[in-house]
Design a protein around this ligand. Structure first.
Ligand code: DOR
Ligand code: ZN
Ligand code: ZN
Length: 364
């Protein structure tokens, strides 16, 4: 209702990133301006090293983020806890109360699945007492919904981890914690889309979708060799999965929202024989979402997806500031460079992406 379009120009309230990895120190200072240029607020992921699992470490991280903002830019970091084995029900209460640092959610990484996930539980179902405290405090659980190791401790097929989670783990979790607020992060498969479309409920069970899972499929992730910039968890899936995700966001459901999962890594970790998982999409995330929504004829659904549904789930009002996008071709020609001279390559870079990629919408 607040979206209008005149001559391929679109003004919407400032987007809300429900899933952002900002890192720390020089990486944080390099990447933050790209997120802050597009998003007014973001749910900040806690998988730093060491992980964020106390109100004191969360407050220090929040202050570091605010200090990293260039003059004249604004961005509100919304802090989260990592569901480590050290996280206690008492800490959940302190985080909910907010006197030291307001904690907006708790993120669960399945043990071993992604960078810095070694502190997580093997199964979310083991975190009984903390989950009960979250339920009492109305604090949402953000789920990286993939099974990485099965009950026998064997590796799951990485293309099947999400399906196994949605079929076997999630129904048990929902049954055990009927009042827990849950966000299913970065859904990537048709099965996950089917699940959330049927079971999703505003304020109770929501899902985020990344720009890269909406824009790419796995044939591209392997086209002309191995595409490091598209290597992430959950893996980018088939064309059919991508189409199903597009159909999901096109419905304009109030429990589906943007979460970029922008996850910067230094060149040395991306272009290595053991490429780090993570897509750095902050320099083009909103633009990519606009492009996909345009392609599927759903631009009228973009503002709620980007700027309304996310804050509502966290009990916040949508932003009052706005951004304007125009339909205009552009390319990413440079890496983002830290103050130590380390390159961080964004998705879609003309050489290191798929090759000469063009983005169709631009923030003006
Ligand atoms: O690809 C990923 N990278 N997936 C995650 O869940 C974590 C992230 C990271 O922190 O690099
Ligand atoms: Zn994740
Ligand atoms: Zn993530």
């Amino acid at each position: 209702m607040y979206t209008w379009r005149v001559n391929d120009s679109l003004t919407i309230r400032k987007p809300f990133d429900a899933h952002v990895h900002l890192r720390r120190a020089s990486t944080l200072r390099a990447v933050l301006p790209y997120t802050a240029a597009r998003f007014g607020r973001g749910i900040v992921m806690p998988n730093t090293e060491p992980p964020i699992d106390s109100v004191e470490t969360a407050a220090a991280y929040r202050d570091e983020i605010l200090a990293a903002l260039p003059a004249g830019m604004s961005f509100e970091p919304l802090m989260t806890f990592y569901l480590t084995k050290n996280l206690t029900p008492a800490e959940i209460e302190k985080g909910a109360d907010g006197s030291i640092c307001k904690i907006h959610a708790v993120k669960s990484y399945p043990y071993g699945a992604t960078p810095n996930s070694q502190w997580g539980y093997r199964s979310i179902l083991e975190a009984e007492e903390v989950l009960a405290a979250m339920e009492r405090a109305h604090m949402p659980l953000l789920l990286h919904g993939e099974v990485h190791l099965n009950d026998a401790g064997e590796e799951e097929d990485p293309y099947d981890g999400e399906r196994v989670f949605f079929a076997e783990v999630l129904p048990r979790l929902l049954e055990k914690h009927p009042r827990l607020k849950i966000s299913l992060e970065h859904v990537s498969t048709a099965e996950a889309a089917d699940f959330i479309e049927k079971q999703g409920k505003e304020g109770r069970l929501v899902a985020t979708v990344t720009p890269h899972h909406l824009m790419y499929d796995r044939t591209q992730a392997f086209s002309g060799g191995y595409r490091a910039l598209l290597h992430c968890k959950p893996l980018i899936k088939t064309r059919a999965d991508r189409e199903r995700l597009r159909a999901l966001v096109a419905k304009g459901l109030p429990f589906i929202c943007a979460g970029t999962d922008t996850a910067p890594h230094p060149e040395s970790k991306k272009f290595s024989s053991c490429c780090a998982f993570g897509v750095f999409n902050a320099p083009a995330a909103v633009e990519m979402y606009a492009q996909v929504f345009d392609e599927i004829g759903a631009l009228d659904k973009l503002e709620n997806f980007l700027s309304v549904n996310g804050p509502r789930f966290f009990g916040l009002e949508p932003d009052t500031a706005t951004i304007t996008l125009e339909k205009k071709d552009w390319q990413i020609t440079e890496p983002v460079v830290t103050e130590e001279g380390v390159n961080i390559w964004p998705i879609g870079h003309v050489q290191h992406g798929l090759g000469n990629e063009v983005f169709r919408w631009k923030i003006v």
